[in-house]
Design a protein around this ligand. Structure first.
Ligand code: ADP
Ligand code: MG
Length: 386
């Protein structure tokens, strides 16, 4: 049984709340507030029970112990305060203690500025634990990481799961246990290396596998196609070949055409059949015939699991495949779970986020959970106990 805040009568306590407020930004502007918004129910629940909250989060990947001002959480703290309509006191230096003054919420500067955070230093975990009475973990996006603020603290404080964690775990478990066939798994994005074990896990359960991005390029190369200058991972050709030669290969929905560019600035997009790619071309998206074939498969599915964009979405028009598939899934009435930091902002920008069963705040953590790996803090919080 998962140890939930909602079953635990946590009242009048000081809570150390680990959130994942690592949102995409550009020049200080928040591009997607999805993770911030998803963190609010737990904050409100704890406040309604007269608790005081100290929020911990990471932001970006600063060098160990280095205070990089461009990776400050202050801006995100201000944004959250506005969303909550509550005062939040922001502390640059917090490890030796904080004062709530007239507020109920304190936000600490980027926890990765602390020496020892990434290494899960017991000394740092113990020091953090002295700030509060209780630890609440609600940062599903980093539940696969064993760091001081995502794991170590739970050795020193009574620890509970927040509402977002509960929701994420339920959704991921229901994908594994109750998803109705046919299940279509869409695995795409930059690197096959980060997603190969997921493909292997889900290929068995799925009726259809759609691949895109660098993963598709590596498969096409393994099948003997010319992929020109495209993003690939040579090292993984043998593993791709193994799948191609297996009984599972028939589950992979083959693309028909791709969008390429032979220009260093990715100008002059061309749509070509997969067998027509030239050595100077880069494959940057799936083509219109492929999109139609994939949409047909989506429309025949009862469940969909999707991770990773199908093209070089940072530049138009190579976001077209990802947009078209998002719209098709949103228009269908299938059970759909989407994870991964690079797909959700696109779904949000299309304003169709409510047409999915679940958009997950997890990327790597969701993949690991679905692969069946025990995530350290989730073990501690009793997620895997019957
Ligand atoms: P997520 O974070 O959603 O799991 P990934 O990080 O694995 O996704 O992949 C996203 C990245 O993959 C994006 O930056 C996108 O531009 C890139 N990408 C996808 N397809 C291609 C392609 N054909 N060529 C180059 N980059 C690609
Ligand atoms: Mg990514």
């Amino acid at each position: 049984m998962i140890k939930l805040i909602t079953n635990s009568h946590i009242i009048n306590q000081t809570i150390l709340l680990r959130l994942d407020l690592n949102v995409p930004t550009y020049e200080n502007k928040i591009l997607s507030d999805f993770r911030i918004v998803k963190s609010i129910p737990t904050i409100r629940y704890l406040l309604n029970n007269n608790n005081k909250i100290i929020i911990l989060s990471h932001f970006g990947r600063p060098k160990e112990g280095l205070k990089d001002p461009s990776l400050s959480l202050e801006n995100i703290s201000n944004y959250l305060a506005k969303k909550l309509n509550k005062k939040i006191i922001f502390y640059d230096d917090w490890i030796d203690g904080v004062d709530f003054l007239d507020a109920d919420i304190v936000m600490c500067e980027n926890v990765r500025f602390q020496n020892g955070e990434k290494a899960n230093s017991p000394a740092l975990s113990e020091k953090m634990s002295r700030l509060a009475d209780i630890y609440v973990f609600d940062a599903f996006g980093v539940s696969h990481r064993k760091e001081s603020s995502t794991y170590g603290i739970s050795d020193y404080l009574d620890s509970y799961a927040g509402l977002l964690l509960e929701e994420e775990v339920k959704n991921a478990q229901s994908l594994l246990a109750d998803s109705k066939p046919p299940l279509t798994t869409i695995i795409s994005g930059a690197k096959i290396s980060t997603k190969l074990s997921l493909i292997k896990k889900l290929i068995n359960k799925s009726e259809n596998i759609i691949i895109g991005g660098g993963i598709l390029n590596t498969f096409l190369l393994a099948m003997g196609f010319n992929v020109g200058n495209s993003l690939i991972e040579k090292k993984f050709i043998p593993e791709a070949k193994e799948i191609i030669d297996s009984e599972y290969f028939s589950k992979i929905v083959m693309p028909i055409d791709v969008v390429t560019s032979d220009n260093i600035d990715f100008l002059n997009p061309n749509t070509k059949e997969i067998s027509m790619v030239q050595s100077k071309d880069k494959i940057l998206d799936i083509g219109a015939h492929t999109i139609n074939r994939y949409i047909e498969v989506i429309n025949k599915s009862k469940s969909i699991f999707w991770n990773g964009p199908l093209g070089y979405v940072e530049k138009k028009p190579y976001d077209n495949g990802t947009i078209k598939l998002s719209q098709a899934i949103a228009d269908s009435d299938t059970f759909s779970i989407v994870g991964g930091g690079d797909t959700i902002p696109i779904i949000e920008s299309l304003r169709i986020q409510n047409n999915f069963t679940c958009l997950s705040t997890g990327g790597g953590s969701l993949l690991k959970f679905i692969e069946g790996k025990d995530l350290p803090i989730l073990s501690k919080l009793g997620v895997y106990n019957k």
